[in-house]
Design a protein. Structure first.
Length: 216
């Protein structure tokens, strides 16, 4: 199976059809990246809905900078969405390689391992990018347009889901890596991100829910 165009350039319906097909890619890794990208986009939206409000004038410069950074993160996440699928396809193309001789077997094994390393690094990068976007979102409570509270809540949920989903995609590849130092490093980095970001997400969601309940 070959993806002939960038996933980020597809229509929503087209991407959904591909995702729901029996093709193994795009799959959970690309979906996690897209989920995180949507979360980053919503953080940017909340900034836009806040930065021109007079009551938030003292935060305007910070909000503008935050919005620009989170937009960069959104685009980076969309790029990694394609990288994740490309990495999987590289592994898929390696398995049918010839293995009649020692040289062929070595080349095939190296190609598979290279693809698996990319399959591990791509979701780890999603975790890093989504974590930064979540850290930025966590600075907004107390200084954002509360009419967009539900948007901020969905942003945090999307980023949290993107991180957790990407972590699953890191973990499923770790046992297949022959480079044990790389596997150890990826596991440690992922565990550290999960330990830091999951409680942060829950705290921000609690703050957002309090705002929403106050408006009900």
């Amino acid at each position: 199976m070959q993806v002939e165009m960038k996933l980020a350039e597809m229509r929503v319906e087209q991407f959904g059809e591909m995702l729901s097909s029996d093709a193994p890619a795009p799959g959970g890794g690309s979906a996690a990246a897209l989920e995180a990208a949507m979360g980053a986009g919503l953080v940017a939206m909340v900034c836009r809905l806040t930065e021109e409000k007079a009551q938030f004038a003292r935060y305007r410069a910070e909000l503008l900078a935050l919005r620009q950074r989170v937009e960069d993160l959104r685009l980076a996440l969309l790029d990694v969405m394609d990288q994740d699928t490309d990495a999987f396809l590289q592994v898929s193309r390696a398995f049918p390689m010839p293995k009649a001789t020692d040289e062929e077997r070595a080349a095939r094994s190296a190609a598979i391992q290279n693809g698996l390393e990319l399959c591990t690094k791509a979701p780890l990068e999603v975790m890093r990018l989504a974590a930064e976007a979540l850290e930025l979102a966590a600075t907004l409570p107390g200084r954002f347009n509360e009419n967009a509270a539900s948007d901020l809540g969905v942003a945090v949920l999307s980023l949290q889901t993107g991180i957790r989903g990407a972590w699953m995609n890191v973990c499923i590849n770790l046992g297949s890596l022959r480079n044990k130092e790389l596997a150890k490093s990826c596991r440690e980095q992922g565990e550290a991100l999960m330990a830091r970001m999951m409680p942060m997400a829950e705290q921000v969601l609690k703050q957002v829910e309090q705002v929403i309940q106050g408006q009900a």
